[in-house]
Design a protein around this ligand. Sequence first.
Ligand SMILES: Nc1ncnc2c1ncn2[C@@H]1O[C@H](COP(=O)(O)OP(=O)(O)OP(=O)(O)O)[C@@H](O)[C@H]1O
Ligand SMILES: [Mg+2]
Length: 206
Amino acid sequence: MKYTKFIVVEGINGSGKSTICNYILKLLNKLHIYNVIKIHEPGSTPVAEKLRNIIKFSTGEIFSYKTELLLIYAARLQLLDNIIRPNINKNWILSDRYDLSTYAYQIGGRGLNKNHVIFLQKFINNNIRPNITIYLDVNPVIALQRIDSNLEDRIEKESINFFSKVRCFYIKMAKKDKTIKMVNANKNLKDVKFSVKNIINKLINI
Ligand SMILES: Nc1ncnc2c1ncn2[C@@H]1O[C@H](COP(=O)(O)OP(=O)(O)OP(=O)(O)O)[C@@H](O)[C@H]1O
Ligand SMILES: [Mg+2]
């Protein structure tokens, strides 16, 4: 019987995704689950990391929202073909962001047409779905206070209004999809970890 899971952690910048991914990896290891591949999006392959760098740090010219969308899908396809597809039946996969981010940021935040996003999703044959997505819901004012402003990338420099739109879209999607578990990430880290631990325990029937 297949006993691997695909877990995704989502949320706006500064919501605590990287912190919680590290925590989930520790939880799984404590349960003697060691075959876990931890990835982040966009990125996690040599080509996808180059694309991540372009997406996050390009300056000096207009960066079209559609260019951004296409680069994100190019990076995802590299990740799917090189890491996710070859491993999905053998190893657990723990991803910091996946395609819910594209819905929230590119449709909710940037205002791109949903049909274009769905078309690209089908085009890259993205039929691999996570078993569970943990969405860390946080007020953008709180989230952006957690980010070091000296290290901000192109996306993190966006306004509170932008992140509010992204958050609204995340919430809308979470309400429609039972595999998305919303966690109140305005709370302190101890409380957030407690909620996440319960979700992971339920996922593996503890
Ligand atoms: N619930 C929390 N309460 C307080 N601080 C938190 C909480 N969650 C995370 N942090 C802190 O906020 C900072 C940002 O967290 P983290 O890097 O995990 O967020 P992220 O969602 O991965 O951000 P990014 O989208 O920029 O990668 C870190 O210093 C982390 O320790
Ligand atoms: Mg992070």
